[in-house]
Structures are given as C-alpha cells and as structure tokens.
Design a protein around this ligand. Structure first.
Ligand code: BGC
Length: 414
C-alpha cells in the first residue's frame, strides 16, 4: 500500500465519494428544528431557507446518476431523524420506505452508502425538550437508531453515528449560528458534546449487535491550530485550543475508550486552519487569540486553508491503528479553478500520508451539489455540481469532471 502510494496510486478498493446531509439538500424538512430556526428573522444569510433546498428528496435518482457519471463508488448521506420520527415514539413507515428506495437506488448504481444518523438537525419535539443539552438525549435518540438499523441496515455497510459533536456544540451554544442559537454557554457546550459522544457509544452498540460486520464510526471535525511563533506561550495557546476542540469535554481516558472500543474507523473532516497566540488581554477567550494564517488564502467561510495541512492532520492518526475515512474535505469558493487546484493538492497530500503509513480507505469530498450551507444559506459554494436556484437544474463543474477522472484512474493526473 505504501509503495503504491509512493508511485502515485491510491490503494485498491479506495472509496471515492462525496458527502452531504439531508437537511442541506432534501428540502421540505418541516419537522426539523432547523425549519423553525430558519424562520426567525436574521438567522440565515439573505433570508434563505431550506424550503426546497435542492429537492434531492425527489431528485435523488438524477443526483446519484450524476455521481455515477463522475465514477463515484461511494456517497455519504444522512437519514433525517425528523422525517422518520416526526412525533416522539411515532415512526413514519412511508419515510422508511423512501430511504429504502434511496439506499437501494445507490446500491443499484454501484454507489456504496456511508449513512450518518445525526447531521446537525433534530426533530422539533426533541429540541423543545432541550435537545442535546439534556441528560436524557442519548436515550431519546435510540429508538430512531433502532428503527433505522433494523429496517435499513441490510443496505448499509458503513455507518457514521453523529456528525462533528464539537462543531455542533460550538455553533449552537457558543456562537449562536445553529439552533438553539445560544451564545457563550460553556456549560451547555459541555453537556451537548458529552451527550453526543454518549449517543455515539449507544448507537455503536445498537448497530453492532444487529450487524456485526458493519463498520461504525463518527465524523470528527479537525480545525488545525498552529502556533503563531516558536515561543513556548504560543505553542501552549495552539495546543490548548486544539485540545479543547479535539478532546474537551471528553476526558482523555474516555476518548481513548471511544476510539478503542467504539470506532471501527476514524472519520475526519478537515477544511481549514488558524494560528493561535497567547494574549494576556483575553481572559474570556482563555488568553488565546486566534487568527487566519498570514499568506494563506481565506475561503468564503472566512478561514484560511492550505492543502498541505491534510497530511499533518492524517499523520496524527497514524498510531491509532484504525482505518481512516476522510468524511469531509472541500473548499468554499465561487472560484472553481481554485477548487480544482485544491482537490489535486489535497489528494496528493492524502497520498503522501498513505505513503507515511496512514491507513486511509476513502475520501468524501464536501460536497456534490452546491447546497443550503446552514446559517450562510446559498451564499457560499462548496459543490462539484452547480444547481440553478430557479430551475434546480444541475450542471457539473470542471472540478467535478476532474474529480471524476481521478476516481476513475484511482490516481492523480501526471
Ligand atoms: C459540516 C457540513 C457543512 C460543512 C461546511 C461541516 O462541518 O458537516 O454540514 O456544510 O462543514 O461548513
């Protein structure tokens, strides 16, 4: 595998995919907490809503056919909890059938699904009871998990229990960009992330008991923090910020157990990085000042990006002894030429990491179609495929064609 990578080839059986989330593409998710949140004035850029989104709920066949055209053999999607269980304890058999059709269609088209069970959106009934901040939340999530695992599990070999607990918690309880829109609530953040890890552990058990051969993990968001200088205090600032995002509030021992006992693979989402400096004038930010890395381009999400960081991020996982899936990587920009360069350079860093000995099994580009980017609505573009906001017509961008050629060749051009 390492020799192949050094010769510029990805391992045999490598998964080439894109990643998406139900609420960002399906449309009409009216029982979700996001649906209500989007209707509060000032929450979403431009006043955009997910009302129709990409109408993927009805156009999934067309969307998967486009992925086939791009030689994709995998796709990461989420099952919308609020569709399956719109009222607590009441499950909608019609929606289960819908997702059976979706997953069946993917299989027919030769696309292996990676199924996420929670990707940032929750049913309104759950949010009204306090959502992920309540002690009971992992158990309230479980009946949905059991239902999906029982009734859809025969179509799924790869599971991602929860998406990015740390980002979900920070955006909803510290920055106020996600429902419930709270700010500066550190205790809330602690409870939310902690409960989501608990939910992961429970879901892991539920899936493995029913489908022991399935591979189960979660997606961790890796924002890379670099020290602003070689000074000890700046190195302290970067490592403290990194630890807060990567580990806190899960005690190192517990995180170790999660990785050891309830992760068949490590899922990593990496997009950007920032620098950290020690700043005595910022007691409210734990004395850490964060800023974009000078000289590195800044994406439409306001953060600096550099494809070489992917190799650093992956190498941190090398000694965990688990397979790795890049559950998300992508670029927020209207400049598709930049996206093409970014994809090639990122993938060449993935190859370097494989050459270093990291067992990377697949790459899921975020995302296939330009979509509803949460608080930013439709103002930023991550997709390989453009969607006309009036007609919803899809058009593959040059970056999509490039990614399709790489997937077909299982290697980089040149
Ligand atoms: C999330 C996606 C989001 C992407 C870009 C990831 O952290 O999982 O839902 O669209 O970042 O912001």
């Amino acid at each position: 595998m390492r020799d192949e990578a050094r010769a510029g080839r990805f391992p045999d059986g490598f998964l080439w995919g894109t990643a998406s989330a139900a609420h960002q593409v399906e449309g009409d998710n009216r029982d979700s907490d996001w649906w209500e949140f989007e209707r509060q004035p000032g929450r979403i850029a431009n006043g955009d809503t997910s009302e129709i989104a990409n109408d993927h709920y009805h156009r999934y066949r067309e969307d998967f056919a486009l992925l086939r055209e791009l030689n994709q053999n995998a796709h990461r999607l989420s099952i919308e909890w609020s569709r399956i269980e719109p009222t607590q304890g009441e499950f909608d058999a019609r929606q289960i059938r819908h997702y059976r059709d979706v997953l069946g269609e993917m299989r027919e088209q030769g696309i292996e699904p990676m199924v996420t069970l929670h990707h940032f959106s929750s049913p309104i009934w759950f949010a009204r009871k306090g959502g992920w901040a309540t002690r009971d939340s992992p158990h309230a999530f479980l009946p949905f998990v059991h239902r999906v695992v029982d009734q859809l599990g025969d179509l799924v070999g790869l599971w991602c229990t929860v998406n990015e607990p740390s980002i979900y918690g920070v955006n909803g309880w510290i920055g106020g960009e996600f429902p419930p829109g709270r700010r500066g609530d550190i205790a809330g953040l602690y409870r939310v992330t902690s409960n989501m890890y608990k939910a992961h552990e429970l879901a892991y058990g539920a899936i493995k008991r029913r489908w022991p051969d399935a591979a189960v993990g979660l997606s961790h968001h890796k924002l890379l923090f670099l020290p602003a200088s070689d000074k000890r205090r700046d190195r302290w600032a970067a490592s403290t910020a990194q630890m807060a995002l990567d580990r806190w509030p899960v005690a190192p021992g517990r995180l170790g157990r999660i990785v050891e006992a309830t992760s068949d693979y490590i899922g990593i989402a990496h997009y950007w990085g920032q620098m950290c400096a020690f700043d005595p004038g910022r007691p409210r930010d734990q004395f850490i000042r964060r800023f974009n890395v000078p000289g590195k381009p800044v994406t439409e999400m306001g953060m600096s990006a550099d494809p070489t960081w992917m190799r650093l991020v992956l190498n941190e996982l090398r000694n965990l002894g688990k397979p790795v899936y890049i559950t998300e990587s992508g670029l927020a920009s209207h400049d598709d030429e930049w996206r093409r360069r970014y994809i090639t350079e990122t993938l060449s860093n993935v190859l370097l990491a494989i050459g270093d000995g990291v067992d990377v099994r697949g790459y899921f580009h975020w995302t296939n179609t330009d979509n509803f980017e949460w608080a930013r609505g439709y103002t930023v573009r991550f997709g390989l495929i453009e969607v006309d906001r009036k007609t919803l017509e899809r058009r593959i961008k040059p970056s999509g064609h490039l990614y399709g050629r790489i997937a077909a060749a299982n290697s980089l051009p040149g």
